[in-house]
Design a protein around this ligand. Structure first.
Ligand SMILES: NC(=O)c1ccc[n+]([C@@H]2O[C@H](COP(=O)([O-])OP(=O)(O)OC[C@H]3O[C@@H](n4cnc5c(N)ncnc54)[C@H](O)[C@@H]3O)[C@@H](O)[C@H]2O)c1
Length: 393
């Protein structure tokens, strides 16, 4: 952090975050603002989010800055202000004009591309919409980045790229094969980004573009203040937010439908690797630092790259422990006091039995850790839900 009497603070780097108002985007931006190193630019069309998330992120970061530093510098205060753009990524003209508006302000240093549609079931009903929004929009973003000589990208990938993994815990080198339309959009985007990193330019030089793909396992919880959290539009798709909504009464289903209890897992229900949203968000700040050319971290990360030019790297972000659906229900029962009833129905298309990360590579190379436990995730989620039963509305 710079202080009022620092001599020459390093200028803020412009970092564009797509999907900035969403669940992961808002917590990632919060974590970036706390570093006071970046000027964050958010692009979102609010398809599944609310602009209020960004207002709250900014005021949370500002109040924390004022608590920790009685006389913050103008630059530190500026670093808590988000440049908010309502914009659809599938509209290249609009995205290009945002890049253009930063050309005279040092340009956009790097991009964290989080925006996507993510509902597995829905993706098989409207596959073309998913391919357009997740894949075509990513290609268009890469083209615009290239036009503006923006060469650093963090991509929001997912454990879903492993399909039904041959081995548990899952290592990054596992073959990629999405098991759903959604999963395939993530695999395709990774391949496209990797090919772009590996490309040879017209002048025979290798492309200076570097990318890190972060394969998220299951982020959960919220900021402990209860000021920001997850608020999807419509009915929550994911298990933990659904349980929180049932407990607070905004989802009135009398029972939780459990999709299959005949999987080859300890209690027969699906097992996932949950990590706290703030631990996941912290991984993005480290990954961004790893894109600083000439840094020790940059050399370490890309030395182990499997792409031909050594410019693309993927990391699992998970805890390395699995929790079954039934264990999650129990943990939420303890956190909320709500007496959940469950009913087992048939398996859901696209679900895989077990997804548990091997986080060793991210730990060794990025120093990534996900220390917060399931109890903390459930407590923070419940705190957010109780304080905001209708989310940001
Ligand atoms: N939440 C998870 O469990 C999880 C797990 C693995 C990977 N991911 C990936 O992480 C990313 C974010 O997930 P999330 O849970 O925060 O979802 P989210 O829906 O809360 O956030 C996505 C954001 O992107 C925005 N968006 C979507 N399409 C857009 C477009 N064309 N133009 C502009 N904005 C657009 C949405 O409005 C939303 O604010 C996604 O790429 C998702 O695939 C999420």
């Amino acid at each position: 952090m710079t202080t009022a009497n620092s001599n020459t603070p390093e200028l803020l780097k412009n970092v564009l975050v797509t999907g900035g108002a969403g669940y992961i985007g808002s917590h990632v931006i919060y974590t970036l603002l706390r570093t006071h190193k970046y000027k964050v630019i958010s692009i979102d069309n609010y398809h599944n989010s609310f602009p209020a998330a960004l207002t709250r992120v900014s005021s949370l970061a500002l109040s924390e800055l004022k608590e920790s530093s009685p006389e913050p510098s103008a630059q530190d205060i500026d670093s808590t202000v988000i440049d908010v753009h309502e914009c659809d990524l599938i509209n290249p003209t609009a995205v290009r004009s945002i890049f253009s508006s930063y050309a005279s302000k040092g340009g956009i240093w790097g991009v964290i591309h989080i925006a996507a549609y993510k509902a597995v079931g829905e993706s098989s009903e409207i596959p073309l919409t998913y391919y357009a929004n997740n894949v075509a929009a990513t290609i268009s973003l890469l083209q615009i980045m290239q036009e503006f000589h923006c060469t650093r990208l963090i991509y929001s990938s997912s454990a879903t790229v492993y399909g039904v993994p041959p081995d548990i815990p899952i290592k990054e080198e596992t073959r990629r094969e999405g098991d759903s339309v959604y999963g395939r959009t993530k695999v395709m985007c990774e391949l496209i980004i990797e090919d772009f990193c590996d490309s040879i330019m017209n002048d025979g030089e290798t492309n200076p573009f570097q990318a890190i793909s972060l394969r998220y396992f299951n982020p959960a919880g919220a900021h402990p203040s209860g000021y920001i959290g997850e608020h999807p539009r419509g009915r929550p798709e994911n298990l933990l937010p659904l349980l929180a909504h049932m407990a607070v009464g905004t989802v009135t289903d009398p029972v939780l439908k459990v999709f299959g209890n005949d999987y080859p897992t300890a209690d027969g229900t699906c097992v996932r690797d949950y990590l706290h949203i703030l631990d996941l968000a912290a991984g993005h700040v480290i990954a961004l630092q790893a894109l600083e050319e000439g840094s020790e971290l940059n050399a370490k990360v890309f030395a182990g790259s499997t792409s031909s030019n050594g410019k693309f790297k993927a990391y699992n972000l998970g805890k390395g422990h699995g929790m079954s659906v039934m264990q999650i229900v129990d943990a939420m029962r303890k956190a909320t006091g709500h007496d959940y009833k469950t009913e087992v129905i048939g398996r859901r298309r696209g679900d895989v039995p077990e997804l548990i990360a091997d986080p060793a590579l991210a730990r060794a190379e990025l120093g990534f850790d996900a220390p917060r436990d399931l109890e903390t995730m459930c407590r923070d989620l419940w705190n957010w839900q109780v304080k905001n039963p209708t989310g940001y509305e």
